[in-house]
Design a protein around this ligand. Structure first.
Ligand code: PMP
Length: 360
């Protein structure tokens, strides 16, 4: 019914690219989500820091009649301390998705080109379609090296997801610096998962004026439900992004949550430590079950089942109320992307996988 209605509208008023685009469908979110082991959208199994919950509770009250701080100053000051950049180099966002969107709006006009790696985060493509920008994708070799990027690439934006999602590998900082130097446009290093990795590209922001690093609070800070992200870049880039974002892009609760989450680094580090420990354990278990697992630097692993029948495993897990992502692309070896939950959730997942067996 919805598509019928949209088609009707499209004939009257929609821009052609909007009428024709498919739109992005995020990972499945069942209404009775708590009855599942939910390992399909890389959420954090641990709650946000108690200090975050206290900070949000303090904001809930009559002060909500006032607009939030349009510059998210307190949150940016906390981010400045954590990352070692002046606040003028930092913009807060309503989820890192918002800042990815604004980067495209700021840099890529209709008919201009943006690029990213396939596979990586397909939402970049959706955002470009909205803008009427052209999309170019570059594939990966078996060793996870991007293929076919020209010596000098003049697209307006290049999105590099590091660590890669859904595969979980990382590019070397040397590779990323080399790539930045070959682009006339902006290199966006999407570090949604970098807190689970060993190295970040933040320092490249100081030495390359075309590098932007984006971060999210949805994974390592357990705040997917608050919609919080940030970007770090030269003040000229940040100023441009500030011109085009919603002026009150973060509500009062989100700003308080962001500041408190950043301020509680011990809690954050302990969560990350536990998830990395569980990731190592789960990887070994999968390998013992005959799965091929890509060593992961994210809060998820990408694993191909012994019979390369990801659909069978996906369905078998689903029947046992365990949700994962599966990829039907044969180039991805019919793999599954499984978020790292709590140790107990992963033990139950291993038990379910054992029941499902190696297949034919
Ligand atoms: N980048 C990547 C690579 C992601 O996987 C995600 C989560 N889907 C995002 C960005 C968006 O994160 P956020 O929740 O901050 O919008």
């Amino acid at each position: 019914h919805l598509s019928f209605a949209l088609k009707g509208v499209a004939m009257i008023a929609l821009r052609e690219n909007i009428a024709e685009m498919a739109g992005y469908v995020p990972g499945f979110q069942p209404l009775d989500v708590d009855s599942y082991i939910k390992l399909n959208t890389n959420e954090n199994p641990y709650p946000p820091s108690p200090k975050v919950l206290e900070a949000i509770a303090r904001e809930v009250g009559e002060g909500l009649r006032r607009y939030p701080d349009a510059a998210s100053r307190l949150a940016r000051e906390e981010a400045a301390k954590v990352y070692g950049f002046d606040p003028s180099w930092i913009i807060m966002a309503n989820g890192s998705d918002e800042v990815l969107n604004n980067l495209i709006r700021a840099c890529a006009g209709e008919g201009e080109e943006i690029a990213f790696i396939n596979p990586s985060y397909s939402y970049y493509g959706t955002l470009a379609e909205v803008q009427g920008a052209r999309v170019r994708t570059f594939g990966l070799t078996e060793n996870f090296e991007p293929e076919g990027i020209p010596e000098h690439y003049d697209g307006k934006l290049f999105f590099l997801t590091n660590p890669n999602a859904p595969l979980g590998f990382t590019y070397s900082q040397r590779y990323i610096a080399d790539l930045a130097g070959r682009l006339s446009g902006i290199l966006v290093v999407d570090e949604a998962y970098v807190d689970f990795a060993e190295e970040s590209s933040l320092e490249l922001v100081r030495s390359f004026d075309n590098v932007v690093v984006t971060r999210t609070f949805s994974k390592s800070y357990s705040l997917a439900g608050m919609r919080l992200g940030l970007a770090i870049a030269r003040p000229e880039v940040i100023a441009a992004l500030n011109k085009i974002r919603d002026h009150y892009n973060l509500d009062r609760l989100a700003q308080a949550a962001a500041a408190a989450a950043l301020a509680d680094q011990p809690y954050f580090l302990e969560c990350v430590r536990k998830i990395k420990e569980t990731r190592a354990w789960f990887t070994r278990e999968l390998e013992q079950l005959g799965y091929q697992v890509i060593p992961s630097s994210g809060n998820f692993v990408f694993a191909s089942p012994p019979d390369r029948n990801g659909t069978r495993i996906y369905q078998g897990l689903y029947d046992r109320k365990i949700l994962v992502r599966h990829f039907t692309d044969p180039k991805l070896a019919h793999g599954l992307r499984i978020s790292i939950g709590s140790r107990e959730e992963m033990e139950r997942t291993v038990m379910a996988l054992r029941e499902l067996g190696p297949g034919r």
